[in-house]
Write a protein that binds this ligand. Structure first.
Ligand SMILES: [Ca+2]
Ligand SMILES: [Ca+2]
Length: 296
């Protein structure tokens, strides 16, 4: 190994170590999902009860027998779907940024539906009445961050990659035992926590639901139905409403487990600076040897 390749290996190792230190979560938000349901115009539209052992992106057919699939962020490893349950964990998530630009990890599954705003028949559009919900295990939910059912607006950016423009979400936050209604707007760089309600003591499961009950407007409402030993304690409305269709004329239903990653520790910055210093040293060396060569 030449001195330069040793330096390059050292540099690569340092940068890899630094990036691992930044990305590694202290812990993860984990819970279990029993179903994911979309109803539209008063009829079943989609129901996944996680019974065939094939985790997302695999999905059962739509209610009209058309094949369905999810777009997944992160991965759902083999074995995450079993016997009517899907394990969700931000540990298997994708590194993302939220609407405020904070880094996070999110494991999500978005049900692929029609995204043509001029098509007013298919998909989930402003003229449709629909509800999306998921039955979630409160008892097993742990970790920082939240698990949520969301409606998203997305657009194709100039790179041809679909980027999110906003989320309306109803989320379980295990660390504080609340359910909250939250909007993330990636175009206006805003996160608004609109309201929250406490999870009653003894509750084992919650059905998180978002509904768009009036065709023609943008308002979405959230409810939480709590269950104790399989018995419903009732459906609770979260105060306020979120807006969807703010930027585009369609939405898609999804579920996600997400956490914000901690800001890197000072020693991580120190390692990154060491890495940057090595790059600078290498560039200067290169420049010197290039000058030396040009003299020959
Ligand atoms: Ca399945
Ligand atoms: Ca109980």
């Amino acid at each position: 190994m030449t001195g330069r390749s040793v330096a390059r290996t050292l540099l690569a190792t340092t940068l890899v170590a630094a990036s691992f230190t930044v990305a590694a979560p202290a812990s993860a938000i984990t819970t279990t999902l029993y179903d994911f349901i979309v109803t539209k115009n008063g009829a079943p539209f989609f129901l996944d009860s996680f019974v065939d052992g094939l985790a997302p992106p695999s999905a059962p057919d739509f209610a009209n027998a058309t094949a369905a699939s999810y777009r997944v962020g992160g991965t759902f490893p083999a074995g995450s779907e079993s016997a009517g349950q899907l394990t969700v964990s931000s540990l298997n998530g994708l590194v993302t940024t939220n609407a405020l630009g904070e880094r996070g990890l999110a494991q999500r599954a978005t049900l692929i539906t029609n995204n043509d705003p001029t098509n007013t028949v298919n998909g989930l559009k402003p003229n449709h009445i629909f509800t999306v919900s998921a039955l979630v295990d409160v008892a097993s939910a742990t970790g920082p961050g939240s698990f949520g059912v969301r409606l998203s607006d997305r657009q194709a950016n100039p790179l041809g990659v679909w980027s999110v423009s906003s989320f309306a979400a109803v989320e379980l936050v295990p660390s504080t035992q609340v359910v909250r209604l939250r909007v993330q707007d990636f175009i206006d760089s805003r996160i608004d926590n609109l309201s929250s309600i406490a999870v009653p003591a003894g509750v084992d499961q919650v059905r998180l639901a978002l509904s768009h009950p009036t065709g023609g407007n943008a308002q979405v409402f959230a409810t939480a139905e709590f269950f104790d030993d399989g018995e419903s304690l009732g459906v609770f409305n979260l105060p306020g409403s979120a807006s969807i269709f703010t930027h585009f004329g369609f939405t898609r239903a999804e579920f996600a487990a997400g956490e914000t990653l901690p800001i890197p520790e000072p020693e991580t910055y120190a390692m990154m600076l060491v890495g940057l210093g090595l790059i600078g040293w290498q560039l200067r060396r290169k420049a010197r040897s290039a000058r030396a060569r040009s003299l020959v």
